[in-house]
Ligand binder design. Structure first.
Ligand code: CP
Length: 332
């Protein structure tokens, strides 16, 4: 494992090994596997869980970390080849990434979608470019099209809470005041597909996921991903409802028009009623942060179905497993 960019880059046995190591690290949190090592954390976008869990995890493994936020505590970065840099960006990634690699052993990167061009965001060009420029292993801390650390933590959460490997996983759209990218939907859907689950996408008409996201999940499983516009139908026999919002693909990059499509969909807020046809023990999942009583009602988040805090807690354990494997592989 040179870098950790996407869960789907890893073979099933590699994922099982990461999950086993994460479980071991949950039981025995402290080690010196990162002693003398430095992890650089490059955040182009805000974070609560990712920033805190990476810094905590590195400290528990005996290493140290630094955090750079371009445009805030560091220079604004330019990504375009051939750019005439007479704007706000003072530094090009062609220098910034190799320079950071001089100071650290692993580089974590967060770079969200620009939200302008669907094809450009789905190919994850910024993360790919940084990985090519970095002589050190790179960890994807959420990119334009994927959030593999979240996906691995979610997989562990499903295992921890006894959700069957072949159980029914429903990824549901929910209303949100802003158009959001496909990173978490793609991460959750592909994770459920790789885990061998029966996968349904629940959304209003017009909010079906882009073909590229759907076909990636189909390619990872031996059965089709279903699409439903009906809560009772989609949730029938479900073991999990994973809630997320995303942009309507037809209006990607056109927020004014997209907002009109969403205007009458505020009833897409998950409530306890949504579980009436599900398995009685069905779980509610969300990567957080979540807008209470906008995407999901308090009654669900505060009730026994919600495993959102466990998902966030598992970020710590799985990321420690990923960092341990990357450092081990780099020194082999
Ligand atoms: N789920 C997640 O990545 O949370 P943050 O954006 O707070 O890091």
């Amino acid at each position: 494992m040179k870098s950790f960019l996407h869960l789907w880059d890893n073979k099933p046995e590699e994922i099982e090994s990461l999950l086993a190591e994460a479980k071991r690290l949950e039981r025995e949190p402290l080690s010196d596997v990162l002693k003398g090592k430095v992890v650089g954390l490059l955040f182009m976008n805000p974070s609560l869980r990712t920033l805190a869990s990476f810094q905590a995890g590195v400290a528990q493994l005996g290493g140290s970390s630094f955090v750079l936020q371009p445009g805030s505590n560091s220079w604004g970065l330019e990504f375009e080849d051939g750019a005439v840099m007479d704007g706000v960006a003072a530094e090009h990634v062609k220098e910034a990434i190799p320079v950071l690699a001089e100071y650290c052993d692993v580089l974590g990167v967060r770079c969200f979608a620009k939200g302008e061009d669907l094809s450009e965001d789905l190919v994850d060009g910024v993360m790919e470019k940084i990985n090519v420029l970095s002589p050190r292993p790179v960890v994807n801390m959420e990119s334009a099209a994927d959030h593999p650390c979240q996906a691995l933590a979610d997989w562990k959460t499903l295992d921890d809470t006894g959700v069957p490997r072949n159980g029914k996983f429903v990824l549901s759209w929910a209303w949100h005041p802003k158009p959001l990218p496909y990173a978490v939907p793609q991460a959750a859907l592909s994770m459920a597909a790789m885990r061998g689950m029966d996968v349904t996408v629940l959304c209003p008409p017009g909010f079906e996921l882009p073909d590229a996201v759907m076909s990636r999940s189909w390619s990872l499983m031996d059965k089709p991903v279903r699409v439903s516009h009906n809560v009772d139908e989609a949730m029938e026999g479900a073991h999990v409802l994973y809630c997320k919002s995303w942009t309507a693909p037809s209006w990607y990059g056109n927020p004014e028009e997209e907002a009109k499509q969403r205007a009458n969909l505020r009833n897409w807020c998950v409530s306890e009623d949504w579980f009436r046809t599900a398995e009685p023990s069905a779980k509610f999942m969300h990567c957080l942060p979540v807008r209470r009583n906008v995407k999901v009602k308090d009654e669900v988040l505060d009730g026994p179905r919600s495993v959102v805090v466990r998902e966030a807690g598992n970020r710590l354990h799985v990321q420690k497993a990923v960092l341990s494997k990357l450092v081990e592989a780099a020194s082999a």
